[in-house]
Each structure stands twice: as structure tokens, then as C-alpha cells.
Design a protein. Structure first.
Length: 350
């Protein structure tokens, strides 16, 4: 096959299927070895890398082979000798070689036509099904061409929107257009000034919980950098905001102390004793609040209040009697009278 491709297709670069080659390693080297050892992970880092050079691949390959003592393996020798025909590092000069190949095209075609043809179809049935598959492909291609030929309607008179129309597809254009519209209509500019050849803008988005963004434009290199300088809404309670900030600072200080201790038992013991002293101090200072009645804490938690004047009372005996008049009498099987009792609570004794 290699000789035939070179003679019939001299301008084509022949590449072996990486998927089938990598499937050989567990079969030849042992499934248990490939699963339990990190050999395949180290090998995949260089074999499937689109950005590695040929020298980096060879160094990584030799290191992995030497580490696991596989230099005498027949499969390893054969695959390394054919490395220029299947490793991606040797095809970096070819456009989209890692994305499109004959194997992927064949598998894609088989997957598509399997929706139309079935095993056991006659020749005439296969012809009709194959014709239907081609008609669907032509129809889909025509729809896509029609959508691409239509020019999207711009919403803003911005030059950036015109550039987006020329650079991106319609689907991506509408996504970017939505972002452009939101940035133009919703963002509020709070500050803008120029210092040291850098133009700084502070923008606030009221629809994103008043997040504030800081954008820096280098007037010399035209580089743009931005970051979020406020991720909390401006309508928050100042006390809650300060409490949250202080809590975060305490966590940072505690983590910094643990990090500075660096496993030193004396420093860790000092931190532990200091925390115990601070905790006892906090408990002693909060005893007054802990003596509050329990039902008050429940009322605060549920948001209820005790009503001083009670306006809803249980029914008295008169109201119960009035309600009882509406009940229908029934015949008691013990005394054979129509009353409000039955045989179980009848007072008549025979």
C-alpha cells in the first residue's frame, strides 16, 4: 500500500493510523502492564502532542523506553523506525493534518450512510437508499450555502461590528453582536484617564450585580488588559460586606500562618495554643448573648413576633353547642333511640 500510494499519488503525504497503532501496545506489551504502569501516559504525552517538535518527541520516547527497559522490544523498534509515518510531530508543517485524515473521513462516511442502508439490502434497494443519502447531503449543503450568503443585519453603527461580519460565521457573529450590544448599552463608564501612555477605563455593569471592570489600553503597543476589580454588588448591606471581608481576611491570615510554619512542630504548637486562647476569649465575651431564652432565638430564626393582644380564641361551650345542633341524630343499636351517641358510648344498660 505504501508503494502504491507513492506511485499513484505522488503529491500526497502518507500517514498511518495512530489509533490502530496505539491499540497494538496493550496487546503486545500486556494489558496489565499498560494499565497499572504510567508507561502509556508518558508515551501519549509525546505521541498525541500537536506542538512538540521531532527532537522533543525522540527525547521523550527514549526516556520512556529507557525508564521501563523496553529498548529490546520488537514492536517498539518497528514503531520507532516508522515514526515519520504516524507521529504528529513529523506532520506539523502540513495544514490541519492532525484534524483531517482518510481514516476519519471513512469513518464519518460509514456512520452517515449506515442511517440509510441496512445489511441484507438488495442492489436496487441499496441504489435507492444511496440516492436518498446523496440528496439529503445536497439539500443540507444548499441550506448552509444559503445561510452563509445572507449578510447579517448590524444593530450598531460600530466599526467592530462590521469587522466581525467579515471575520466570523453568522452563528458566531450573532453571539458577538449580543456582547457588543450589551457593552454599548448597559455598561456605565465611571472613570477614564491616561497615565504613562496607558489609557485606563473603569466600567460598571448594572445587569451583572454591578460588577466593575478595569480596562487598560497601552497606547504604544495597543495591548488591552482587563480585570474585575469588584465582584460584589453595590447594593449590599455595608455591615454584611464588611463582615464578609473581615472573615476572608481572617482565613487568609490563618492560612498564611500555617504556610509560614512549614511543618515546624514548635510553630504549629504555638499557633494551636494561640487559637485556643482566642477561642476562650471569644466564648467568655459572648456568654451574655448565650443566656438569652431559647424561644427568642427560634423567633428570630423563623422571623415571627409574639403578639401582645390575642384576638383569636378557641371556641367556648356555647359555640360548641351551637355547632352541635347542626349534627344529625342517628339510631343507637343498643337503646334503639335516635340520639347523638352510638352503641359504644350508650349509657343505657339492659
Amino acid at each position: 500500500m505504501k508503494i502504491a500510494i507513492e506511485e499513484c499519488f505522488p503529491g500526497v503525504k502518507h500517514r498511518l493510523c495512530m489509533w490502530h497503532i496505539m491499540k497494538k501496545f496493550p496487546a503486545k506489551l500486556g494489558t496489565l502492564f499498560c494499565v497499572e504502569s504510567p508507561f502509556m501516559d508518558k508515551l501519549n504525552n509525546f505521541v498525541w502532542s500537536h506542538h512538540s517538535s521531532t527532537d522533543e518527541f525522540e527525547v521523550g520516547w527514549n526516556d520512556a523506553i529507557s525508564e521501563f527497559e523496553l529498548s529490546d522490544n520488537t514492536l517498539i523498534k518497528e514503531m520507532f523506525a516508522l515514526r515519520s509515518y504516524w507521529v504528529l510531530a513529523f506532520f506539523n508543517d502540513e495544514s490541519m493534518v492532525g484534524l483531517i485524515g482518510t481514516t476519519s473521513r471513512f469513518e464519518s462516511s460509514n456512520f452517515y450512510f449506515n442511517h440509510f442502508v441496512q445489511k441484507g439490502d438488495t442492489l436496487s434497494e441499496f441504489y435507492l437508499c444511496f440516492h436518498s443519502a446523496l440528496e439529503k447531503q445536497r439539500n443540507n449543503n444548499g441550506l448552509l450555502n444559503h445561510k452563509d450568503d445572507l449578510m447579517p443585519i448590524p444593530k450598531n453603527k460600530k466599526k467592530i461590528e462590521k469587522d466581525v461580519v467579515e471575520l466570523y460565521t453568522k452563528t458566531m457573529f450573532y453571539k458577538i453582536q449580543e456582547q457588543i450590544t450589551e457593552s454599548c448599552g448597559d455598561m456605565v463608564m465611571e472613570d477614564m484617564y491616561v497615565a504613562n501612555e496607558v489609557k485606563l477605563l473603569k466600567l460598571r455593569d448594572p445587569f451583572l450585580k454591578n460588577k466593575t471592570f478595569e480596562v487598560k489600553l497601552n497606547l504604544t503597543t495597543h495591548d488591552i488588559d482587563y480585570r474585575v476589580i469588584c465582584t460584589q454588588g453595590l447594593d449590599l448591606n455595608p455591615e454584611e460586606d464588611a463582615k464578609r471581608t473581615k472573615t476572608r481576611d481572617c482565613w487568609f491570615e490563618f492560612q498564611g500562618c500555617i504556610s509560614d510554619a512549614s511543618g515546624d512542630i514548635e510553630h504549629i504548637d504555638f499557633i494551636h495554643k494561640s487559637l485556643a486562647v482566642m477561642r476562650n476569649h471569644i466564648k467568655d465575651s459572648s456568654k451574655l448573648g448565650d443566656t438569652a431564652p431559647k424561644h427568642n432565638s427560634i423567633l428570630v430564626f423563623t422571623g415571627l413576633q409574639v403578639v401582645e393582644e390575642v384576638t383569636i380564641l378557641p371556641p367556648n361551650q356555647t359555640e360548641k353547642s351551637l355547632g352541635g345542633n347542626k349534627r344529625q341524630k342517628r339510631k343507637c343499636r343498643k337503646c334503639n333511640e335516635f340520639a347523638f351517641h352510638d352503641s359504644r358510648n350508650c349509657t343505657w344498660k339492659s
